[in-house]
Design a protein around this ligand. Sequence first.
Ligand code: CP
Ligand code: NVA
Length: 311
Amino acid sequence: MRKGLLRILDLNAKELMALLASGREWKRKGKLRNPPRPLEGKTLALVFQKASTRTRVSFEVGMTRLGGHSLFLSPADTQIGRGEPIRDTARVLSRYVDGIVIRTFLQETAREMAEWADVPVINGLTDEHHPCQVLADLMTAQERGIRLRGMKVAFIGDGNNVANSWVEAAHILGFSLLLACPGGFEPDARVMAEAGALGRGDVRIVRDPAEAARGADVLYTDVWTSMGQEKERKARLAAFRGYRIDAALLRKAAKGAIVMHCLPAHRGEEITEEVMEGPHSAVFDEAENRLHIQMALLVNLITHQRRRRKT
Ligand code: CP
Ligand code: NVA
């Protein structure tokens, strides 16, 4: 693994599978009376420019369980909001903390933070990628007995940050990913090309949700309006009508298929209440697994990486 995680493509197949195994291991260790605390004395900064429930809480709790500490920094708490450059913030934070999680708009901002920091930087969501989410999703699929290599995933809805991370995972691990989205809402073309260069997955864009869902092991969806797109909400509601996971779509999937959603969900929009709360739903396991997989990631990045001071 490189010195941080900005996108799924930062991992090769071996590293990704090892990380998933380590996530399962941390989940098991969590049940011990005295679980190991390898990050004692370490501090993680969470630089968040967008709202969050799962990402923030799972990283903070993860650090606590590992014996470390975390600092949540909203835009109101730092000088970034008042124009202090990311490259300065990165160098200053690196003098204090042992790792940084950034949730922001542009991938370029996360990339710049990683470039200038000499501690590991983890992408906690950008407009382009959401790697920690898809790591937790892959771990959840494994737990449910799905073999990742060769599985069939149907992503229904917006070709957004979560979809982009799924595209990268499909090409690294080699599985089938059919993305059903309306025209104009495809995953990022550059991500498709860069991940596609690995060529291990069967990634296709289709228009018909039923075509994507047929025989799928995993039905996946996410909100139609992501953070930062609120002004487009009305147009998006119209564009995505018909791209909903409901009981009829679920019947087209493989027997024993699981339904996943990164949350927060908008019941009645991208997923029905019935499916979300039904027996095929794995959504709360996914949310829980954010904690375990990120603990694995933090231990890997913070304990195994040497500092490279840039200033
Ligand atoms: N799935 C996810 O990242 O949730 P939050 O926005 O609540 O962190
Ligand atoms: N695509 C969503 C994911 C939220 C976890 C967003 O970016 O808002």
